[in-house]
Structure formats: C-alpha cells, structure tokens
Design a protein around this ligand. Structure first.
Ligand code: FE2
Ligand code: FE2
Length: 188
C-alpha cells in the first residue's frame, strides 16, 4: 500500500519522516473510511436477502435488526466524511465482495436445506468480523489523528458490530441444535 519514493536518491531526514507520518496516516484513514463505506452499503443490500432466506424467525429478526443498525452506521460515516471536508464516497472493497459472494452461494446451494441457517450465520459472522477489524483500526487511527469525535462515532459502531457478533453466536447454538434435531428425525 505504501507508495514507493519517486526519487531513490532523495535524502531521508528524521525530521522529514516525522512530518510525513501524520499525512500518511490521514491518507490511510480516508482510504479505509471509503472501504468500509462501500462495505456497509453492500451489507444494506445483502441483509434483506439473508433475512428472507432464513428458516428461523429469530435469525431473520436478527438480520432485520442489524439492517436498521447498519443504516445508522452509514449515517455515522457520513458525519465523519463531513468532519474531514470530503465527499462521502465508497471505494470498491474486494474483501466484502468475496464474503458476500460466499453468502450468496450458500443461499443458492443450501436453499430450503436444514443446514441453510447455519450457513447464513457463518456468512454473517464473517461479515461482522471483517467490520470489527476495520472499525477497530479506524477508531485507533482517529484517536491517533486527534479526531476524538470521529473516534467516538467509530466506537459506537464497533460496539454494535460486536454485540451483533455475540447475538449471532448465541443464535448459532440454538439454530444448529434445531437443525441437528431435524436431521436426526429425518434419518430416524
Ligand atoms: Fe456495519
Ligand atoms: Fe455489521
């Protein structure tokens, strides 16, 4: 990701480096903000499909609840772009495209199957873990850049992502147990 120095012969002074470091971090901050902005908007399109596909009502409700939270998270990102004086714009993120593609594959291949919900949960948790990683990084960088208000907004979203991840873990146990029961009944 780091840009190669244009002139290899240019002298590096320690003071020059010190002046460059904050600029590089703010650039990274903005790029990563665009990445997660794209990801959140992709998730807004994906969650309703997952809610519709889910066999379990509880799982569908969890996806719908997180859809509403995600809409609020995009608004927080809008606020941060505003603080930076930059337009709110996403940058295509291959990581989230890959994760959501896998989810789409599960929905297709396990349609109406007892294991569908377990697959949906696994896909949703992969999304949450990606977001947790990104928001943790962004929150830390905002603090380092002295952007306390942005750091608070990012922390609020990080809390929601972590709470969602925990809720999905709890659902996973009940959903998988139910499906195991179903499989046992079908085999009997
Ligand atoms: Fe999110
Ligand atoms: Fe999320």
């Amino acid at each position: 990701m780091a840009k190669r120095a244009k002139k290899r012969t240019s002298k590096k002074s320690s003071t020059g480096r010190a002046r460059q470091a904050p600029k590089m971090l703010s650039d990274l901050f903005l790029e990563t903000l665009k990445d997660i902005y794209f990801a959140e908007n992709k998730i807004i399109k994906t969650l309703p499909k997952m809610a519709k596909a889910a066999n379990s009502k509880e799982l569908a409700a969890a996806f719908n609840k997180h859809l509403r939270e995600t809409q609020g998270q995009v608004k927080r990102l809008d606020q941060i772009f505003k603080m930076l004086g930059k337009p709110a714009r996403g940058k295509p993120c291959e990581a989230i495209n890959g994760i959501t593609d896998e989810g789409a594959e599960i929905m297709k291949e396990f349609k109406n199957a007892p294991a569908l919900d377990a697959g949906l949960l696994a896909a949703a948790q992969a999304v949450e873990h990606y977001e947790i990683s990104r928001y943790g990084t962004l929150r830390t960088w905002a603090e380092e850049l002295g952007m306390q208000d942005a750091a608070k907004l990012l922390q609020a979203t990080l809390d929601e992502e972590e709470a969602t991840d925990h809720a999905l873990t709890e659902l996973a146990t009940s959903v998988i147990n139910l499906e195991a029961e179903e499989e046992y009944r079908q085999a009997a």
